[in-house]
Design a protein around this ligand. Structure first.
Ligand SMILES: [Zn+2]
Length: 79
């Protein structure tokens, strides 16, 4: 016949479950941390902080501001 496990047995089973759950949670957290840091690095690389600042110059022809490396939309170049 099926008999209820004794209290010490239940305690051991609970301890095993707790240990397994603890390590599973730790592994999950470690994986999440790695993913987060990788995502953060990728996000920083794509973020506006890493975007090179372009010097804006005023067009001598039409007065509009445009990046110094490129020309004005009116066709006038920076140099
Ligand atoms: Zn212009």
């Amino acid at each position: 016949m099926f008999s209820l496990p004794s209290f010490p047995k239940l305690l051991v089973i609970a301890a095993i479950i707790a240990v397994v759950w603890y390590f599973m949670r730790r592994a999950k957290v470690a994986g999440t941390d790695q993913g987060d840091s990788q995502q953060n690095r990728a996000g920083t690389a794509k973020g506006p902080a890493q975007k090179p600042v372009e010097d804006m110059v005023q067009c001598k022809s039409c007065g509009a501001y445009f990046p110094a490396k490129s020309g004005c939309s009116c066709g006038h170049s920076a140099n």
